[in-house]
Design a protein around this ligand. Structure first.
Ligand code: SF4
Length: 901
């Protein structure tokens, strides 16, 4: 006998079930959560009746019931696990006809399995008809035949075939049924479920119970400018309801048709407002579902040794492993991993274990000597994983050995413990399915990922306490006091058509969600259920996403009101719980106010600075402070091409070697020998290129320096010509790479140190200090009007004060840059300034540095870029890496007139 009854609220439905159901009935529900809420409500009711004990209501989900019926038959069949089915699909794909370019991988096997399950549930044969249809569908049918034959041979069933198997047993009278079955939450059953229910009705009393709410429960439909504001608005309303109306948190629920999109951000908002989710007694909120196992950090960390081997031995993966907090043996040395990463980056090493290992080996001093032991341990692990092919069982054993060796995992919270349990189950299942199958490392990793992809972890928090956040299908049949439904936009709800590439059009038309019409009808049913879950429902939606306007979902035809969340201009009391917002409101104009008389820091200025540091402080005291006093420097990015600093360092070394060696010859023979000069220059350059001779970029660079091609000669030949010319003008090399220190000026709080690239001497014209530059050199205005660089003046001071080691000059001196950018940009720049002019400049700079020194000594390191950026150029900030942290924008004075804007 088949009866059906519809209720306008879930509360009424649950009330009916509690009153009518007896322990002899069976209550079949669409999901676990509904079963638990019914048990909880029954318990409350019995306690109110003063009962001390009772028999719990017999409630099962449909799948649980199917399993129990199947087990009761003691069948000669078993139900294939997900991984078993995938393995059979892979075998069937390889035994089937070829399929063009598509790789026969696990992703394709998963698609076939989905198609098989969907078709079975809709009573459509996955294998027929044998001919016709698009090539992919025809291929699917043939492969499905092979798959089903393998299943049958191994006496296995898929979960999608199980209902059909039970139906046959039902018709044969082999199943024992309760006299009455109450079915809840199956407003849109799949055809196989429908057939099952109809067949049951011939043998038992079957009562189908459903919920169809009314739109009058919609208290408000609100539009917020974007998703972020939508979630913030809802979170604020939830807290207000709990506070102002005294509602228990667990009676307030949030749902959405796009819950997967909302969960991560909504979780973050609730953490900001309420802290951690809490436990059974102090629960603040509960997400019914967590992430997939593949997305959990513990799983991602667990895979790192394998990923490193499979995905190109990448530096990033090695460093991730070294820094992972899940590896107890590594977490204690995380500083070491950071230092090592910098070394790898500085050497431009992005992948390749042999090179990474070699560089690591040459830095045993990093991390206070712990590196060697760690390196040896990792070498053993990677050796064990570097086998080309082994059985699934051996892969699992080696991976577990790696984990044990590195102390994985440590410090687990509840969520992590559940992820670990899921991972261990997955390994067991893999061992059962693939224990004896030979696999490559990448195949083994693909199986692990595929298995993990199918596992959804429990959400954070407790179902019994705190705000309840769940998907739209899961909330069906449940009862709450208030519910918020987010994301009700067209395109989101109704859900888009299901992605079923293995089905042909005629099949898709018969499948729930296979067409727009079918999804629309389904959405109407789901929305009708939603209208019954609470006496007051609030609908929300964002107006735009990524600046694209969004349209309201057609399931709600009523009006949408607008609202905004503006923490700074219209702060809400709820959001003052968030420290960042509270602090921002305390400083209403969003500006930092700093007292110029109070030092920003009391760090002591060093007694001696390098000339480069002084130039940095002159460009911006804050840059100097961050880089020099705090020792912060950005992690070098590994980019294609050469790092300008490495190029400059090699050029300086090569030229120093050349000048020293050829200079000795010149002194000895008193004669410029062109051939000899070229040979010595080549030798000097090849020496500095030797360590990088296999690097393609350096090979090209070598050509730029020394190419003999007449049309594009290397720029060093041009430089050599100019040096030759200077030699015949009477200039001699008086020294190279001359270091100095203890250079002092009047009222300077520090002395200077540095190194001069080259010092030349001419018996008639005096001395010339040179600095090599591979990039831009300052023009005359920047040097002598804006006075942006002190470097050359510092060298001249060192010369005059007799501080250059190995040089005892007397007489006039000048300075300049030798620019070595390309064969067209070899330039000796002295701005035609005579020694007297340099002397006058030095006198000016003495005062500038004295004032700068006093400022630094006061602890005033406020950002003050010179030249300051404007709307045309970035000024001193152009190459500074700290613009995101220095706060200079906030420190700028407010514009006082429109022209300042
Ligand atoms: S970005 Fe500009 S203002 Fe900020 S620290 Fe760098 S140079 Fe100074």
């Amino acid at each position: 006998m088949l009866l059906s009854r519809s209720f306008t609220t879930s509360a009424a439905l649950q009330q009916y079930v509690l009153e009518k159901a007896t322990p002899n009935d069976l209550i079949v529900v669409s999901h676990d959560r509904l079963a638990r809420q019914l048990w909880h409500a029954d318990r409350q009711r019995r306690l109110r009746q003063g009962l001390a004990g009772w028999e719990p209501l017999p409630i099962l989900t449909l799948n649980q019931w199917f399993s129990r019926l199947f087990e009761s038959l003691w069948p000669p069949w078993s139900v294939a696990s997900n991984l078993e089915r995938l393995r059979l699909w892979v075998e069937a794909m390889h035994a089937g006809p070829p399929l063009g370019e598509l790789p026969l991988d696990l992703a394709l096997a998963q698609r076939l399995d989905e198609a098989h399950t969907v078709l079975s549930r809709h009573l459509i044969s996955p294998t027929g008809p044998a001919t016709g249809g698009p090539p992919l569908v025809a291929w699917r049918r043939t492969v499905s035949q092979i798959f089903e034959a393998q299943l049958s041979e191994k006496r296995l069933l898929t979960p999608g075939q199980l209902p059909a198997y039970l139906l046959r047993e039902l018709h044969l009278g082999h199943l024992e049924l309760p006299s009455r079955i109450l079915v809840l939450g199956f407003e849109t059953p799949a055809p196989i479920e429908q057939t099952w229910f109809q067949s049951l009705a011939h043998r038992s009393e079957l009562v189908i119970l459903g919920v169809k709410g009314t739109p009058s429960v919609v208290q408000a439909a609100m539009m917020l400018p974007d998703v972020e504001q939508e979630m913030q608005w809802v979170a604020a309303r939830m807290l207000e309801l709990a506070h102002q109306e005294g509602l228990a948190l667990h009676r307030i629920a949030v749902t959405s048709p796009a819950m997967d999109d909302y969960v991560p951000k909504f979780n973050r908002i609730l953490v900001e407002l309420l802290g951690p989710p809490g436990d059974q007694t102090s629960g603040a909120y509960n997400f019914s579902h967590g992430c997939r196992l593949t997305e959990h950090p513990l799983f991602q960390a667990a895979m790192l040794p394998l990923i490193f081997m499979v995905e190109g031995e990448a530096r990033a993966n090695l460093v991730s492993l070294l820094l992972s907090p899940y590896y107890g043996q590594l977490a204690a040395h995380s500083d070491y991993g950071v230092e090592l990463d910098r070394v790898f980056r500085e050497q431009g090493l992005d992948h390749g274990w042999p090179r990474l290992r070699q560089v690591w080996h040459h830095h045993p001093d990093l991390g206070q000597g712990q590196g060697v032991e760690l390196l040896n341990r990792l070498c053993k692990i990677f050796d064990s994983l570097m086998v080309s092919r082994q059985s699934g069982r051996d892969w699992i054993a080696h991976l577990q050995q790696a984990w044990n060796c590195l102390g994985f995992p440590v410090a687990l919270d509840l969520q992590e413990a559940s992820a670990l349990a899921a991972l261990q189950n997955l390994l067991q299942e893999l061992e059962t399915t693939l224990g004896s199958v030979a696999l490559d490392a990448d195949q083994f990793l693909a199986w692990l990922r595929q298995g993990a992809q199918e596992q959804i972890l429990a959400g954070s928090g407790q179902e019994e306490a705190g705000f309840q956040i769940m998907g739209l299908l899961e909330i069906r049949g449940l009862d709450f006091d208030r519910v918020f439904c987010l994301g009700l936009n067209a395109g989101t709800f109704p859900w888009p058509c299901r992605d079923l590439p293995m089905l042909e059009a005629a099949e898709r038309r018969q499948v729930l969600g296979g067409t727009i019409d079918s999804q629309y009808a389904f959405a109407q049913q789901v929305f009708a259920s939603l209208l019954g879950v609470a006496p007051q429902l609030t609908l929300t939606r964002p107006q735009a996403r990524d600046q694209e306007p969004l349209v309201a979902s057609p399931v709600w035809a009523g009006d949408w009101l607008t609202a905004t969340v503006d923490h700074l201009n219209q702060p809400e009391a709820v959001w003052l719980r968030v420290p960042a917002i509270y602090q921002a409101l305390l400083s209403p104009q969003g500006q930092l106010y700093l007292d110029p008389d109070v030092p920003v820091t009391r760090l002591t200025l060093p007694a001696e600075l390098s000339v480069t540091d002084l130039d940095r402080a002159r460009a911006c005291p804050c840059w100097f402070f961050l880089e020099h006093l705090l020792g912060i420097s950005p992690l070098p990015e590994i980019e294609a091409g050469l790092d300008a600093r490495h190029r400059g360092a090699r050029l300086h070394t090569a030229l120093a070697h050349f000048v020293q060696n050829f200079g000795t010859d010149l002194k000895q023979y008193g004669n410029w020998d062109d051939h000899q000069a070229r040979e010595i220059l080549k030798t000097a350059v090849h020496q500095v290129f030797q360590p990088v001779s296999e690097n393609l970029h350096w090979q090209v660079e070598l050509q730029r320096w020394l190419s003999e091609d007449l049309e594009t000669p290397g720029f060093l030949w041009q430089w050599l010509d100019q040096e030759r010319q200077r030699y015949f003008e009477g200039w001699e090399w008086a020294g190279v790479e001359l270091t100095f220190s203890q250079v002092r000026g009047a009222d300077w709080p520090f002395s200077l140190r540095g190194r001069v690239d080259r010092l030349d001497q001419n018996s008639e014209r005096g001395y010339q200090v040179w600095d090599y530059k591979c990039g831009q050199i300052p023009n005359s205005r920047q040097m002598f009007e804006d006075r942006l660089q002190f470097q050359l003046l510092g060298y001249l001071m060192a010369l005059q004060q007799g501080r250059l080691k190995g040089a005892k000059p007397r007489g006039p001196a000048r300075a300049g840059y030798i620019q070595l950018k390309s064969s067209r940009a070899v330039k000796y720049e002295t701005w035609n300034r005579e020694p007297g002019h340099w002397q006058a400049e030095l006198a000016e700079w003495q005062g500038i540095i004295a004032r700068l020194g006093q400022r630094l000594q006061r602890g005033d390191f406020l950002p003050d870029p010179q030249p300051a950026p404007d709307h045309r150029q970035a000024g001193a900030c152009q190459y500074c890496p700290y613009h995101l942290i220095c706060g200079w924008q906030f420190l700028k004075p407010h514009p006082t007139s429109e022209s300042d804007l």
